[in-house]
Ligand binder design. Structure first.
Ligand code: FAD
Length: 524
């Protein structure tokens, strides 16, 4: 059994937990963050990729809109390398009523969300594929943000301030002594070992699983409703900037250019279990139709991957339990001492990735108040190391970087321009990482061919560099491909069938991966 003792334990390594552990560590506490999987593998790894300008909420939730506008600027400054400054548009399509747009600019001004009306001609100049029948267009400061770069950036900064980052550590229980949480128990999933962490405070940032964690400390009825939404990546950047429909927030009303693809989303349906999120085919069709309304010919592009995520929505007794669209997107911090009589634990629920830093600041401020301390929060001012030049990236950044090492570093993934050097460096830093873990940080297999070529190369390199043996490497590849398939089945139509047939031939025809020897663990 492993033992550790820290001031604070943060549970959940999504955007919220990463923001919280950074803040706690920067205020001088000893802290450990635990996630049952890799960082950013929950909702944070299954979201739309939009750094909100606030535009989406100016009418429905002006307070959230203002927070988004402010935090948008903060994230651009402190984590520039995770952000592509695409800009964004709100457009009224021929199918939309003009009524909503009539109040849009005034609502944006009231919420302090920068917004400028464009002529139709200017909007179409900026976005040549956009529906030429649009009736109005507004420019906002939306951007595209890589959630995994953001989370790892914050977590690595926390580590520099002394934090323990414990991935693949599933929290299984908490010990409450005299009404206060004193210990967190977890299982180290990679080693199968129990871990006990003594602490003075627990910050529950488990997103859609926050109710389960609060229950472990004896806090009752923390009902977190998973609001399931699906998204689909198309094989090109069909737009240069984020394009939103200028309507009251609805399904399929945003198209976001993310790295080499563009993502249409999303739906909002109440789910029962955040670990069991479906990707229904009717919702896939609904999203493709929604894309068509924004970009005529959308369906002719190839859908390369679909996934779904669960919004952690706190159940407000005033809103019907199935109406997830109208549950607040704002953050809610539960003080379990006054609410449930359990000291030394707070839970945070809801919010957005865009406001992750602010959410963390609020939560840590409350913890400090309870501990009788007043350390200053510096997370908005201190730039995360590596981002000091304050330049957001352009989609061509990897191409530009390649110009410097063209002949020295072999390209492994042509779609995402990922090199051998990048993969061997990360495998050295994180020797127990799976290929899925590498995918999240390097975009292995995330481009138009979805791993057809790069997954085999990564497997070979892992063996050649003696990171793992042949059997383990085969096991990692098979697991990687199995996980990729989850998001391929629901969109197997049209040209994607051809790509899949090619990939299938590479995997089964050339490499015969199903019949390669298994490791003992995999056989079990
Ligand atoms: C479909 C969809 C689209 C979205 N699009 C956007 C967008 O474009 N822009 C935006 O700003 N926001 C967006 N959001 C919202 C945003 O993604 C979430 O608010 C945010 O990612 C939540 O982060 P989190 O850290 O609170 O939760 P999570 O990322 O879910 O993190 C919780 C973590 O807790 C861990 N955990 C659970 N149980 C345990 C346990 N027992 N032990 C240890 N760890 C545990 C999980 O593994 C997980 O990593 C979207 C959400 C959805 C669902």
């Amino acid at each position: 059994m492993k033992k550790l003792s820290v001031d604070v334990v943060v549970i959940g390594g999504g955007a919220t937990g990463a923001g919280v552990v950074r803040d706690v560590a920067m205020r001088g506490y000893s802290v450990a963050i635990l996630d049952k999987a890799d960082l950013g593998q929950g909702t944070t790894g299954r979201y739309h990729g939009l750094l909100h300008s606030g535009g989406r909420y100016v009418v429905s939730d002006p307070h959230s809109a203002t927070e988004c506008a402010e935090e948008n600027e903060v994230v651009r400054r402190i984590q520039a390398h995770a952000v592509e400054d695409t800009g964004g548009l709100f457009v009224v399509t021929p199918d939309d009523d003009l009524d909503y747009s009539n109040g849009f600019a005034a609502a944006a001004a009231a919420a302090q969300v920068p917004c400028e009306e464009l002529t139709i001609r200017e909007a179409l100049r900026r976005e040549p594929r956009l529906n030429p029948g649009i009736k109005r267009a507004f420019a906002v400061r939306d951007a595209s943000v890589d959630g995994w770069q953001l989370v790892w950036g914050a977590a690595n900064d926390a580590k520099r301030h002394g934090a323990h980052i414990l991935t693949y550590h599933r929290v299984t229980g908490m010990e409450v002594v005299d009404g206060s949480v004193r210990q967190v128990t977890a299982i180290d999933e990679k080693r199968g070992e129990e871990v006990q962490i003594d602490c003075n405070f627990v910050l529950n940032c488990a997103g859609p699983w926050a109710g389960q964690i609060a229950g472990m400390a004896g806090c009752e009825e923390v009902e977190v409703v998973p609001g399931r939404g699906i998204m689909i990546a198309m094989n090109h950047r069909l737009v240069n900037s984020v394009v939103n429909r200028c309507i009251y927030p609805a399904d399929g009303d945003i198209l976001v250019p993310v790295h080499t693809v563009s993502i249409i989303g999303t739906t909002d349906v109440k789910a029962t279990d955040p670990d069991q999120l479906a990707i229904p085919r009717d919702e896939v069709q609904q999203m493709l139709d929604a894309g068509e309304a924004l970009v005529p010919g959308f369906r002719e592009a190839r859908a390369v991957h679909a996934w779904s995520g669960a919004r952690p929505l706190f159940k407000d007794p005033k809103v019907s339990a199935s109406d997830t669209r109208h549950m607040t997107r704002g953050m809610k911090i539960l003080e379990h001492d006054t609410r449930d009589g359990v000291n030394g634990i707070l839970s945070i629920i809801g919010g957005k990735l865009t406001t992750y830093r602010l959410m963390a600041e609020h939560m840590v401020d409350i913890m400090e108040e309870k501990l009788g301390n007043q350390n200053e929060c510096k997370t908005a001012e201190e730039i995360i190391p590596g981002n000091e030049d304050r330049k957001t990236y352009a989609v061509t950044h990897r191409l530009e970087e390649r110009e410097h090492d063209r002949f020295e570093d072999q390209i492994i993934c042509e779609c995402e321009l990922m090199s051998r050097g990048m993969i061997t460096q990360l495998m050295t830093e994180q020797p127990t990482a799976s290929f899925d873990d590498l995918r999240r940080q390097l975009r292995l297999g995330m481009g138009p061919c979805q791993g057809g070529f790069c997954s085999m190369r990564a497997t070979g390199i892992a063996v050649e560099e003696q990171m793992v043996d042949v059997e383990r490497s085969t096991e990692l590849m098979r697991l990687f491909l199995k996980n990729r398939w989850i998001g391929l089945w629901p969109i197997l139509n049209g040209d994607q069938v051809r790509q899949t047939a090619l990939d299938n031939w590479i995997f089964h025809g050339t490499f015969d991966i199903e019949h390669l020897p298994q490791s003992e663990e995999e056989a079990l």
